[in-house]
Design a protein around this ligand. Structure first.
Ligand SMILES: [Ca+2]
Ligand SMILES: [Ca+2]
Ligand SMILES: [Ca+2]
Length: 435
């Protein structure tokens, strides 16, 4: 049996201390005319994949080294595995340059057994993420598969049936989301995020966004806002997607803007991750991990393209029909306003999009804690035209399809979109393509 210390991408780590290790950048000027469409001119790099402006020479050098680590393909002799989905971060985050998203063939599965409210990951997997490849240890978990060995060339690890588990099995796919600009969400305060929440929809507009938490610290990252900080969302995919173990760099000190009180019992962010593949842990050096975190933290948002007259009309419609009820055009950060088109809150998107996988402990509301199985973080729309296929599992091929699949709290806005003229709908798409 494996007995590993784990960090879970989806569970999160205990957290207690204030913002630290984020480059100390609390003083970037907002820049001229930051009115909701100009922050990318301020914070975007010159080219996609560049860092945000204003880094120190030391940070810039670390960023460049981190970009290399992000694209490094780990080998089994360097610690790849025992379970993995890909050999590098850039395997999934690659379109159109390292940091981007990926096509459907890179999708992976998340699996939880037992009903909502009692959900658990599969025994002896490092996380709810189902690895596509592994060393044959699956047999320890499900003896029926004990003879199978899983290799890059071989078959994928099977997801057990409800009969094998003796209970409910919920699975969903995930399609990689781009990380351009994402690290800047560390510079958004809890207060700013909380100010946008309306957990019980007291203003009766049909939208009840609430925040999620990661072991007591407010979540910002991941499709359910289930992770608080970039260090966790670097160490977690290292282990869960690639089987690369690490020691913490800052551990607790990486926690962003912590003021939430309840700390759930979960693995300590100060713990190393360990595995038993015969390669000494940690499998990534302190220097390489620090550089990788610097890359993930400081990769710049995409620059907006100049708005055409059609895009300007689309921008007006986007607001008029209520898309901005969740896709806030701009959110304040200590580095200036971010034109990310998200509120960083989670929303019930209806039964068809629901994955019935519950992560994090959300803001208390009439919607119960396990209702996160129906909720998703408002996906940022900066650079959205590059990030297809769309939605958390890539089920939408086009922007139009992604909008048509909005339901739940976004039903009203979606229906208003469908009621527009063909020209108005096209202008909304034209607008989205400029972001
Ligand atoms: Ca390993
Ligand atoms: Ca509301
Ligand atoms: Ca190892």
């Amino acid at each position: 049996m494996l007995n590993l210390k784990r960090i879970s991408l989806l569970g999160g780590l205990s957290a207690s201390l204030a913002l630290a290790g984020c480059g100390g950048g609390t003083d970037a000027p907002a820049g001229p005319g930051n009115t909701g469409s100009s922050a990318p001119q301020t914070l975007a790099g010159a080219n996609l994949g560049d860092p945000i402006p204003g880094l120190t020479p030391g940070e810039l050098a670390a960023y460049e080294r981190g970009r290399e680590v992000f694209s490094r393909r780990f080998k089994p002799t360097e610690g790849l595995g025992p379970f993995y989905n890909a050999t590098s971060c850039a395997s999934c985050h690659s379109t159109p340059v390292p940091g981007g998203g990926s096509q459907l063939y890179r999708n992976f599965y998340i699996c939880m057994i037992f009903p909502l409210g009692a959900q658990a990951k599969l025994t002896d997997l490092p996380s709810p993420i189902v690895p596509s490849f592994g060393s044959g240890m699956w047999g320890d978990i499900f003896p029926a598969h004990s003879t199978a060995t899983f290799t890059l060339e071989g078959e994928r690890i099977p997801i057990p049936t409800p009969a094998e588990v003796g209970s409910e099995v919920n699975t969903a796919q995930r399609n990689a989301i781009p990380i351009f600009g994402t690290g800047l969400f560390e510079f958004v305060s809890n207060a700013t995020i909380i100010a946008g929440a309306d957990p019980d929809d007291t203003d009766a507009d049909g939208i009840s966004g609430r925040y999620n938490t990661d072991s007591g610290a407010l979540g910002r990252f991941g499709v359910k806002a289930q992770v608080n900080n970039v260090e966790v969302f670097t160490r977690a995919p290292l282990q869960n997607q690639m089987g690369i173990t690490s020691n913490p760099v800052l551990g607790d000190l990486a926690t962003v803007s912590s003021s939430m009180s309840a700390i759930q019992g979960s693995t300590d962010p100060n713990d190393p991750t360990l595995d038993n593949d015969g390669v000494p842990d940690p499998e990534i050096s302190h220097e390489d991990l620090s550089d990788l975190i610097t890359f993930t933290r400081f990769i710049a948002p995409p620059a907006q393209k100049p708005f055409t007259p059609g895009a300007l009309n689309g921008q007006v419609q986007f607001d008029a029909i209520g898309c901005t009820g969740c896709h806030f055009p701009s959110i304040e950060s200590t580095k200036g306003p971010l034109d990310a088109y998200t509120d960083l809150l989670i929303h019930d998107m209806g039964p068809d999009l629901a994955d019935r996988l519950s992560f994090g402990t959300p803001q208390t509301a009439a919607l119960g804690p396990v209702h996160t199985g129906f909720e998703f973080r408002t996906q940022p729309l900066w650079g959205v035209s590059m990030s297809g296929p769309f939605l958390h599992d890539g089920r939408a091929e086009t922007l139009e399809e992604a909008i048509e699949m909005h339901a739940g709290e976004s039903q009203v806005a979606r229906d208003a979109y469908m009621a527009l003229t063909d020209l108005e709908r096209a202008e909304i798409i034209e607008f989205l393509e400029k972001l």
